[in-house]
Design a protein around this ligand. Sequence first.
Ligand code: NAP
Length: 440
Amino acid sequence: MSPLRVAVVGSGPAGTFCAEILSEDTGHEVQVDVFERLPTPFGLVRYGVAPDHQKIKSIVESLTEVYESPSVRFLGNVTVGSDITIDELRAHYDAVVLACGAPLNRQLGVPGEELPGVVAARNFVSWYSGHPDASFDTSVLTADRAVVVGVGNVALDVARMLVRTPDELRRTDVPEHVVDALGGHSIRKVYIVGRRGPAHAKFTNKEFLELAGVEGADVLVSPDDLELSEEDRAHVAVKPATARLLASLGKVAARAPLGRERSVRFLFHRTPVEFAGAGAVGTVRLTHTSRPENVEDLAAGLVLPAVGYRGVAMGGVPFDEASGTIPHRDSRVVDGERPLPGLYAVGWVKRGPSGVIGTNRLCAAETAGALLADASSLIGTGSGREGIDALLRSRGVAVVDWSRWRAIEAAEASLGAAGGRGRVKLHDRTDMLIAAGVAA
Ligand code: NAP
């Protein structure tokens, strides 16, 4: 019997977990090719998990084992949609799994959002994480104040990175120019603005405690902001994790400021209604969410909206604009009511941008389960991966395979060693391709 041939689009945690489950002993011989538009694997594990969260990033070790399996190939530096189309993948493989994540930023829709100095948190995260497509104008770091909009874990990540000391930054894998820019900036006050109260904060207690414990800044919470309405109390009563978070917020609100040079202050119940400034942002206008007549203007030269991500439509694949996800039934992609045979979704593009890395393992198990249940009707419908290899060669696509990615890793280790640090990321795509041996 011929093997079940599967293409996975996206090598982030969802795509990699899916490849892992499919390559386990499933009762079928399975070949999995994972396509990735970057020369580097692991998606948001490499470019989203905060650089100072090396323990979370250590999941890379088990994700790496997936690509060491003889039944899984990594095809990096291949953009599905331009180097190769979805229809071409569907013709050559028995099944295609879409694991392309949520690469866009949710917009606030507030006047002035386009001003220089208003930078979606994701762009900032991508820049300090060394994403090859990320650019960030470091001149905004000469401001005295920054405002982070949103109270999710990404908001806490960016606020924490803004107050890390140079020594702390050097213990991470961020590029040296990021250490210089973030270690020497002049931002003294960081505000984190939530439109609802702390009972509805999306960040987790663990991440809050980490921020509250940073060496480089006072973390300030106003006791007034912690008063709960009847509705809040009912909400918290059934959410023990929120109750623990509120207790931590309460302890920080009760502690005396430590008099550090930098501060991170939480402002709850505030909605940003305008970003203003001549040529660049200078002020954030906030209203009290339930009393909009209460207006306050906050001076800030850097504004980081951290209000969530959304997926992006791919040519030839149904897409639900409202949710920013691919419509599916039990992980099988549908066009209206009609399932598209051999097409599956996994991860954020399937269920929206929520959950932690481990959530994607459960999601991948569902998707792989649906695919394997359909295996008997899929096997033999694709013409084989050889045709894809030939197409990529004929189009001059410089594929970064697993051994070439290992060469990029080795170059990053050498770069770090030369600077007296652990591994340090390459930031520039051409440098990566040179290290991979596919560009001169
Ligand atoms: P998130 O958890 O959905 O938080 C988004 C925040 O933006 C919420 O506070 C939300 O408030 C606010 N928001 C949305 N629209 C807004 C608007 N128009 N005006 C003002 N505020 C608005 O998203 P995220 O922080 O991007 O995180 C994405 C996922 O990655 C989450 O599951 C998160 O836990 C995960 N993550 C985990 C870690 C970690 O484990 N260390 C780190 C980073 C990210 P409302 O609630 O009022 O809508």
